[in-house]
Design a protein around this ligand. Sequence first.
Ligand code: URA
Length: 240
Amino acid sequence: MKLYRALQSQGFGSRKACMAQVRMGEVAVNGVVCDDPETEVDPAQLELTLDGVSWLYREKAYVLMHKPAGYECSHHPRHHPSVFALLPPPLVQRGVQCVGRLDQDTTGLLLFSDDGQFIHRMTSPKKGIAKVYRADCAEQLDDAMLEALRRGVQLNDEPAPIAALACEALGGRSLRLTLGEGKYHQVKRMIAAAGNRVESLHREAIGGQVLPASLPAGAWRWLEAGDLTRLEQPWPSATS
Ligand code: URA
């Protein structure tokens, strides 16, 4: 693969812009500055350095973020900044999308990718990949409410009741809810249908991949092969 094409595929700008950056000596390949954009490079072992930042070539991008409150999962946010503003420009430029959305006030594990098949697998209700949430509720929890969530609650516009894969009280007014789908406002609507109200919501895990405790709100990291395997673990997964 030509160097300028490798750069373009990783989100470093148009063909013309990538060629110009190389010609100006702004790009290092595996640590060595290269000023010929037509140089053949091996994508299997390719580290690109631009502006002092190293980027491993990745055919597809898979990213995990600790979403903070007050950000919208949209390229065209209406009332709050976009989660895409928290990613470096090359990731946005190469077209990563949110893998399912979180509400602006929801925090926790959010995935991004430019791999359409991966996005489909992670979000399709048929695949049943578990999404694990911690919800703090406005009212006291009771057994009837927890049981309703386990057995299934009727949501408007849904043909049949929807049941949580799992539901457990965590003490106080908090509960952990595991869902196999990702419908619009699903946790808030299910908890409302069970007679309570969500005051704050946090996604702890997807499949067997837990939000790393060391990742602060607003930060992101790449997902590596082991993380991807964990993500696609069918329910009941390692987090259960
Ligand atoms: N369910 C909700 O109600 N909101 C979210 O952000 C995610 C799941």
